[in-house]
Design a protein around this ligand. Structure first.
Ligand SMILES: [Zn+2]
Length: 275
């Protein structure tokens, strides 16, 4: 069932081709492990990219799970760490930001650093696509968060397929589980007996997203399609959002690191520059 739904999404949105060399960003959690497993089953040419953010036991356990899963399923695994690439682990970055009184949320910082590293590695390793484990709940939550904080410009890159700006610097990012509920993925993962981490990241900045998550789960009791309705609405206005916010910006090379970005200096370098 979940496999068929994923295959349908891939077909409908032309997310992947059979001859693509595909990198799956795998964290050691249920979502990314599930999509890696299903894409392999569907016969796609997949390899796994794992980023070790350096949260002691949590990260070590995730890395163990990913290694074990990839060995068992004969999937090539590439591992990179914040410590090696950026000189600091995520907890170290967090400490420095707190000490310097820089008000950046862990998840935003980690999101920028991870996206940047995944894109760079996927590109240098010659992958055609980068797959993430985003699900329907993530999509609905993210759109509402951007709507409620008046940051619709951020939503322009939240569709099932992003990074499509015609630039060699960006590897297209695709989300084949865009229409799958988190609960359904969890059931599948448990049924398959995947050895994955069901706990959320200990550094997760809980407050805001959690509020939205709880509200949406509550609405869902009254209106079981609320998440589909939100993402459906978003997908309808997405062409407009893309036109308004994405396509009119030229792609530059970051003055500091040379990676493709839309400003003079990329967000990653802004964050690292603060440390
Ligand atoms: Zn940069």
């Amino acid at each position: 069932m979940i496999k068929e739904k994923i295959a349908r999404t891939i077909g409908k949105y032309r997310l992947l081709n059979k001859n693509d060399k595909i990198a799956v960003a795998v964290s050691g959690g249920k979502d990314s492990t599930t999509i890696l497993y299903i894409l392999k089953q569907l016969g796609y040419n997949v390899e796994a990219l794992h980023i070790d953010v350096g949260i002691r036991n949590f990260s070590r356990k995730n890395l163990d799970n990913v290694k074990h899963f990839c060995a068992e399923n004969k999937i090539k695994l590439h591992v990179f760490s914040y410590k090696n690439e950026y000189s600091y682990s995520l907890p170290e970055i967090q400490q420095i930001l707190v000490r310097k009184n820089i008000k950046l949320k862990n998840c935003s910082v980690c999101g920028v650093l991870r996206r940047n590293l995944l894109n760079k590695k996927a590109r240098t390793l010659g992958f055609d696509k980068l797959v993430t484990g985003h699900n329907l709940d993530d999509a609905a939550q993210e759109f509402l968060m951007n709507l409620f904080t008046a940051r619709l410009s951020l939503s322009a890159r939240l569709g099932p397929k992003t990074g499509l700006i015609d630039s060699k610097g960006f590897v297209p990012r695709v989300k084949p589980m865009y229409f799958i509920r988190e609960k359904e993925i969890e059931r599948f993962s448990k049924k398959q007996g995947f050895n994955v981490n069901y706990c959320a990241c200990p550094l997760r900045a809980l407050a805001y997203r959690n509020m939205i998550r709880i509200a949406l789960d509550n609405y869902e009791k009254e209106n079981k399609n609320v998440k589909e309705n939100i993402t459906g609405y978003f997908l309808k206005i997405m062409p407009w959002l893309e036109k308004r916010y994405e396509n009119n910006k030229e792609i530059n090379k970051c003055r500091s690191c040379g990676e493709s970005c839309k400003d003079e200096i990329c967000m990653k370098c802004v964050i690292l520059g603060n440390l």
